[in-house]
Design a protein around this ligand. Structure first.
Ligand code: FES
Length: 123
């Protein structure tokens, strides 16, 4: 049986980067994954919707610099904690002012209670 490298060292592979346990993310909330782990320009927010699904967006709000991981997640959207802009979890499109630019979504998979991130890949 092939051993997955991300289980032991957290680095990228074709199986994604293991970034959290599912239980680390309460429903309706998010956590930020440091860009040093993801290799991306921005930290990535892992966001767990109220239906239990997990999504990933660039963490910094496109309005100013709030962390979307600190926002509220509900019914397919995350609401920024600073000025309440809303972003679609599936595609990062902005759904509520004052932000006017979409944010970048990333692919996420949950396997055996572990969350794997594919930075830069579309969901
Ligand atoms: S910083 Fe997010 S809406 Fe202003």
């Amino acid at each position: 049986m092939r051993e997955r490298s991300e289980r032991t060292n957290g680095h990228s592979s074709t199986d994604g980067i293991r970034v959290a346990a599912l239980d680390d993310i309460p429903e309706g909330e998010g956590i930020a994954i440091d860009k040093a782990i993801t290799g991306t320009a921005d930290d990535i927010a892992l966001l767990r919707d109220t239906d239990g699904s997990v999504w990933a967006l660039d963490d910094t709000c496109t309005h100013e610099d709030a962390s979307l991981a600190d926002g509220w997640v509900e019914d397919g959207y995350v609401e920024c904690p600073l000025h309440s802009s809303k972003f679609c979890l599936k595609n990062g499109e902005v759904q509520g002012l004052p932000a006017t630019r979409s944010t970048c979504p990333h692919r996420v998979e949950v396997r055996d209670g572990e969350v794997y991130l594919f930075p830069g890949q579309a969901p």
